[in-house]
Unconditional design. Structure first.
Length: 123
């Protein structure tokens, strides 16, 4: 993992979380250029307040993901994608770890109904 990508991703994550709406589910103007065009607006219902103890930054090609804990201890995962147009990293999604299956996507061999098998966010 490239050190400079790590620091770029973390700085961007902190900037976005600082702007994250507390109640609205409308993308704030200041966030427009920080998120990807296909950013899932439903993720704004995920109440994120702080970036505590970021860990597991992984990047594969044009995608990078980082896991961190919110102030309340919830594990969160943000996915970023690097633009092929201007080289900037923009947030693709920010989802909490499913509290039913703890990110595995299944329970006792069945697809988790909490997250529909994705392990992150709500179904
Ligand atoms: Zn689940």
């Amino acid at each position: 993992m490239n050190e400079s990508i790590d620091s770029v991703i973390l700085a961007q994550l902190r900037e976005i979380v600082a702007l994250w709406p507390a109640h609205e589910t409308i993308l704030p103007k200041q966030m427009h250029d920080l998120v990807a065009k296909d950013f899932e607006l439903v993720d704004l219902t995920n109440r994120v307040s702080a970036v505590v103890a970021p860990s597991r930054i992984e990047s594969i090609g044009e995608l990078a993901s980082v896991e961190f804990r919110d102030a309340d201890g919830t594990l969160q995962r943000a996915v970023f994608r690097q633009s092929t147009e201007d080289g900037k990293w923009r947030m693709r999604s920010l989802k909490f770890q499913c509290p039913v299956c703890f990110g595995t996507g299944s329970n006792d061999g069945d697809i988790c109904i909490g997250c529909d098998g994705s392990g992150w966010g709500a179904a």
